[in-house]
Design a protein around this ligand. Structure first.
Ligand SMILES: [Zn+2]
Length: 60
């Protein structure tokens, strides 16, 4: 099974962004929420850039 790829939500209005890392193919409703917590606008789903992809995959 292919692991879901991490992605990022970015708010076009205020610039807020958050990285979403799906842990499995089970959709986490909280993580999938794409409403900006700052201005309540709908955020856009964007691909991670190279650097962010590396950071996301680092074990903590
Ligand atoms: Zn916003």
């Amino acid at each position: 099974m292919i692991a879901p790829q991490p992605f990022k939500y970015k708010c076009p209005k205020c610039g807020y962004s958050k990285i979403v890392k799906p842990k499995s193919d089970v959709i986490d409703l909280v993580e999938m929420l794409n409403i900006c917590p700052k201005c309540k606008s709908e955020m856009e789903r964007v691909e991670l850039n190279i650097l962010e992809t590396i950071v996301v995959k680092l074990p903590l």
